[in-house]
Every structure is written in C-alpha cells, then in structure tokens.
Design a protein around this ligand. Structure first.
Ligand code: B12
Ligand code: SF4
Length: 381
C-alpha cells in the first residue's frame, strides 16, 4: 500500500511546510505505511509522481484558496483508477464541495486517515479531535525539502514550523474554527522540546510557532522557555500567527526573547474599539500600544496586522484604524482586506458595495506616512 499526500499550489508569498499533511505522514509512517509528500508550492510533477511512485491512495489537503486546484488534482488521480481522499480546513467546513473524491475526511485526520487506508470506503468520514497530542508522532518534516521554505520574515534558514497546541477557546466573529475546534489542547513542554531537538538535528535553524493560541497557558510557555534556556538550545524562533494580546506581559516577552524568540506578530485586527467589540476581541487599544512598545524596548521584531473592510465597517471606522496605526511604532504594518470564510460568523453577510473596491494601497498611501506597510491582499492576485 502506497500513499501520496499532496498540497495543491496556492498563490501566497509565504511558503511553509504543510504541517497537517506531515502530521498524517508521520502517523502513517509509524504504522509501517509507505508514504510520500508532494508540496506543489515548492515542487512540480504531480502526474509524474503518479506514474513513477504508483500510489494506491492520493490524499489532497485543501484550504479556501486552492479548492479549484485540489478538485483538478483529484480528477486526474481518479481518472487513473487511484483512490482519492480530500481533507484539511475547506473539506472540513464544506465537505459538499468535494463529492467528486472517493473519501472526504473532516477534522484532525491522523488516525482516521490510517483507518481509511486500511479499509477504504466512500463518503464523508468525521474525525474526532485528538486530546492527547503528546501521543502523536512528530510531523514528518524530513519528508520535504526544508531549504525550499520561507516565512514572511526570516532571520535564518532552513526554516520549519511547529504546533505546540491545537484549538482556541475564543469565538472571534471573523475566525473560522474549522478543524481544531474551541477546545484548547496543549502539548507538554517536554514533548515540544523533544520535537525541537529532533528538528535541529535535521539542520533546522529557525522555527515558526504556528499555534492559534500559543500563550493561552502562561505557565506552559514559561516552562518551555526555561527548558530551551537550561538545555542551551540555540535557534531562532518566531510567532508569525500572533499571540494573545490580552494575556501577554512584559515579563513573558522578556523570557521568550531570552529563549531565542526574535519576532512576534501582533494581530489587533482593528484599530477601532467598537469594531473589536463586534469581533468579540477582549483587549483594549491601549494594551495593544503597550505590547508594541514592550516589544520595541526588548528588541523583538514586531509586525502588526490589521484587517479593513469588515461588513459592518464604515469609511469613518476605517479611518479610525489608520489613525490608530499612526500612533504605533511597530517594525512593519501588515494590511489585509476582510475576506469572508466558511465557518466564521461574518461569512453570510454581504459586504457593502462602498467597501467592495476598497484599495489598500490607496488608503495606505494617504493615511500611513511613517510606517513600513505590506499590503497582503496584493500577494494573492
Ligand atoms: C500555519 C498556518 C498557515 C501557514 C502555513 C501553512 C502550511 N503550509 O501549512 C501560512 C502562513 C503559510 C498559511 C497560509 C495560508 N493560510 Co493558513 N493557517 C495556518 C494555521 C494557523 C495553522 C495550520 C496548521 O499548521 N495546523 C496544524 C495541522 C496539524 O492542522 P491542519 O493543517 O488543519 O491539518 C489537519 C487537518 O486539517 C487534516 N488534514 C489536513 N490536510 C489533510 C489532507 C487529507 C487528505 C486529510 C484526509 C486530512 C487532512 O488532518 C491534519 C492533521 O490533524 C491555520 C489555523 C488553524 N488552526 O487551522 C490557518 C488556516 C489553515 N489558514 C487559512 C488560510 C485561509 C490560509 C491562506 C489561504 C491565507 C491566504 N489567503 O493567503 C494561505 C494558504 C497557504 C497554502 N500554501 O495553502 C485558513 C483556512 C480556512 C479555510 N476554510 O480554508 C485557516 C484555518 C485560518 C483561519 N482561521 O481562517 N497558513
Ligand atoms: S482569531 Fe485567534 S483568538 Fe480569535 S478565535 Fe480565532 S484563533 Fe482564537
């Protein structure tokens, strides 16, 4: 039995190892299944792989931005009589889009996919959330060419990623809780440290912490930093997905910095307190300003991420966000347009036509004079 796991091509500037597929690959490998991972964001040759490797099952990971590509790849494999399975965030939220696949597995699929490979069947198969994350084999990052990856900002190479917890208990209105759910499940500091040591032994020099909610438990992250420091592990790490602004303290930031963390992205998302309230965010704008200042004082590189064009937002509201941005001193401002996603509470509301043609570059030219701005939506055209 040979399994080929595929990440379809997506137009994004950031290219990181496909952690979900690598978790599944690690699990299958631990059970003795012959498995290969093909990431079409950094490699070509899907059809060649089908011809040469001759898999009996092809698993395709899919998110909101690569549905067309995933359906096309599934069609090609199916034409050759290969069993096709779709999984990942988009099939978990909208399985109905993927009925051309033999199997659709929703949720965290390490064990479910293995069961499927042993005993294939048609239709939608639901996985339950995995509670004991320490029991999972590490994601098989040795199956991809790590040198091919880059984060938005990197200090060192090769770069990889790590997920130290899954899920997030908060219910922000614009967030899609598709796969990992609202039940926050941590890995132990010791288990995380073992994976870091393994990654470093493979030549990794920088690690992106990919958690939704890395610092949910302050004691756990403190404990992990203590372990990294006491073991003398030298590597650069960063938190590109943001950390909880409500929970962060200057002491914690200092500890993270001492353990090698060089960059933390902050995601206030809006600079307008009434928008934050509607998004169900629990922090104040003054806390955001404080955290940006702390990072500056500690020498932590700090991109700050904002979204404009929420369905309920007015032009006046957007201007307020820009006014707030001008009061901050981050290293970079990341600007994005709101994009409704299946699974979030705002996806079914129509965006007013006034905001539809919103031009981020126009707004940033007019309003952001002193900040370095990266317009994220222009990467995806
Ligand atoms: C880290 C991350 C990134 C990183 C790394 C992505 C990568 N190469 O892995 C970067 C910054 C590059 C990124 C980019 C994007 N991301 Co992103 N990202 C995340 C984040 C925070 C964690 C993903 C992760 O590593 N999870 C850990 C692993 C273990 O979980 P997993 O990937 O979900 O995989 C499990 C299951 O989904 C399933 N599974 C996965 N693949 C497959 C395949 C098969 C066959 C099967 C059966 C099962 C299966 O089993 C896996 C193991 O349990 C999630 C939020 C989240 N918590 O899910 C958003 C998230 C996945 N991203 C999202 C989006 C929209 C994007 C972008 C499209 C954004 C954009 N417009 O540019 C791009 C697409 C990039 C790409 N190459 O496809 C959305 C997806 C929403 C949706 N409905 O599809 C999410 C859910 C964020 C959100 N809350 O809205 N992302
Ligand atoms: S936006 Fe962040 S804090 Fe809010 S629910 Fe989503 S993952 Fe949790």
């Amino acid at each position: 039995m040979k399994v080929l796991l595929v990440a379809p091509e997506t137009k994004t500037r950031v290219k990181m190892p496909p952690l979900g597929l690598l978790y599944i690959a690690g699990y299958l490998r631990s059970k003795g299944v012959n498995v290969k991972v093909l990431d079409l964001n950094v490699n070509k040759g899907f059809e060649n792989e089908l011809r040469v490797y001759k898999p009996s099952v092809v698993g395709i990971s899919c998110n909101n931005s690569n549905v067309k590509q995933a359906l096309r790849l599934g069609g090609i494999a199916k034409e050759q009589g290969i069993l096709t399975v779709a999984g990942g965030p988009e099939p978990s939220l909208t399985p109905g889009l993927f009925t051309s696949f033999d199997g659709i597995i929703t949720g965290e699929a390490e064990k479910t996919f293995y069961d499927y490979v042993k005993k294939p069947r048609k239709g939608i198969i639901k996985s339950s959330l995995i509670n004991d994350l320490d029991s999972l084999p590490f994601p098989a990052i040795d199956l991809v060419n790590l040198k091919a990856y880059k984060s938005l900002f990197n200090k060192n190479k090769p770069v990889s990623s790590i997920m130290t917890s899954r899920g997030c208990p908060f219910k922000c209105a614009h967030c899609s809780h598709g796969v990992n759910g609202t039940n926050w499940r941590p890995r132990s500091p010791e288990n995380i440290l073992n994976e870091i040591e393994w990654q470093l032994s493979l030549g990794v020099k920088e690690i992106c912490f990919a958690d939704d909610n890395l610092i949910h438990d302050n004691e756990r992250i403190n404990g992990l930093c203590d372990l990294i420091i006491s073991k003398g592990l030298k590597f650069d790490w960063q938190c590109p997905n943001g950390i909880l602004i409500d929970k962060v303290s200057k002491e914690l930031l200092a500890k993270m910095k001492a353990a090698g963390c060089w960059s933390i992205t902050l995601s206030p998302d809006s600079g307008n307190q009434s928008v934050l309230k509607r998004l169900r965010k629990n922090f104040s704008l003054s806390k955001v300003k404080k955290v940006v200042d702390w990072c500056g004082e500690l020498g932590i590189f700090t991109p700050v991420y904002f979204i404009i064009g929420f369905p309920f937002e007015t032009i006046g509201g957007i201007k307020r966000t820009f006014k707030f941005i001008n009061q901050l001193k981050p290293d970079v401002v990341l600007l994005d347009k709101f994009k409704p996603l299946p699974g979030n509470k705002l996806s079914d509301r129509s965006i007013s036509s006034r905001l539809k043609n919103l031009s981020l570059s126009m707004y940033s030219r007019v309003y952001l004079r002193n900040n370095k701005v990266i317009n994220l939506s222009s990467f995806r055209k």
